[in-house]
Design a protein around this ligand. Sequence first.
Ligand code: CTP
Length: 400
Amino acid sequence: MELANRHILLGVTGGVAAYKAAELARELQRHGATVQVVMTEAATRFVTAVTFQALTGRRVFTDQWDSSIPNNMAHIELSRQADAILIAPATADFLAKLAHGRADDLLSTLCLARSCPLLVAPAMNREMWANLATQRNAAQLVEDGVALLGPDSGDQACGETGMGRMLEPQDLVEETVAFFAPKALASRRVLITAGPTFEPIDPVRGITNLSSGKMGFAIARACRHAGADVTLVAGPTTLPTPRGVARIDVTTAQQMFEAVTGSLDLAPRTDAFVAVAAVADWRVSNASTSKLKKTEGGGPPALQFAENPDILASVAARPDAPYCVGFAAESENLEKNGQDKRTRKGVPLLVANIGHATFGRDDNELLIIDAQGTRTLERASKNVLAAQLVALIASRLGAS
Ligand code: CTP
């Protein structure tokens, strides 16, 4: 749970996107955070406090004159308890208040009284967002160190289309997780392969494997959260692209090889290459351009195979080789085969899946194999393991 032990004060202001804040409160909790909701008076016109109270199991605060708080210091206490304040949605009016340091209701007062980071998700009509006053206020907030999350462009509740939509709850959670992640890969470039490859036999058939791409995508996401510039070369998978990651879709091993070498040639200053893809070792060299037909008494087609390039080994052998990390799925002698593979591929670090039934699962258990020996990363979600691997890669890069 990536937000475990994080206490988030969710500030809801009076925009129509307030209804999405209910989903956001839920998602933040699903990621392990505790959520304390504070609403402006206007927000309660869109969604009731009861909704948030039921979702968070905590009393919702709306009034700075609440006489049930013994010392009348709700603004101090609420802001002191928070690891971060997230305002979603933040109206144009609330941005203006924040930019000018105004404190005329509970939420704006506790923002002013805070000692924790402030994250703000603007949501408004496109003309309001484009207005010079709003742009001035947003720029001022960025200069003051406030994290602006969005807005996005798209359909708006008012029927117009343009910039000003609040980021979706899922994206706001991603941004919040990223905000808390240590920036161990700031200004680093990382190239990652993920997923299976598909080697055609004819236009409708082919050879592939059960790799889902989840581990590679999780690593791309964690690298991005750590501040890296990430390119992800993905074999066929329907997984969504992690926010902020540049994705190149490929089908075959040969295309993956070309995408990787092309990317390295374009950006020779790549710091790390993480080969997570389950690449087919062989392709069908006599693949048919038309669908193979079953002929009476003809027997099975005679497929011939050619070896695919070893992407990882070829990157590791480059004179300008980045720090290379390989993955391995072995069905036996994990440690011995892993060490052999590490040496054979010429990479400093090899990560072996413990147990070969990891394909498609959301969790995993890993064996880290390097020149010093081996150690285990205990079973955890692929996202948690990815963050641990990123910390390890960052420490190796730092030491190089
Ligand atoms: N790999 C690669 N290009 C290939 C084959 C593998 O880049 N053509 C990379 C994988 O992405 C992974 C590592 O090499 O990081 C090990 O992959 P694996 O399939 O386990 O190794 P193989 O070399 O294919 O060895 P074997 O299948 O015989 O165990």
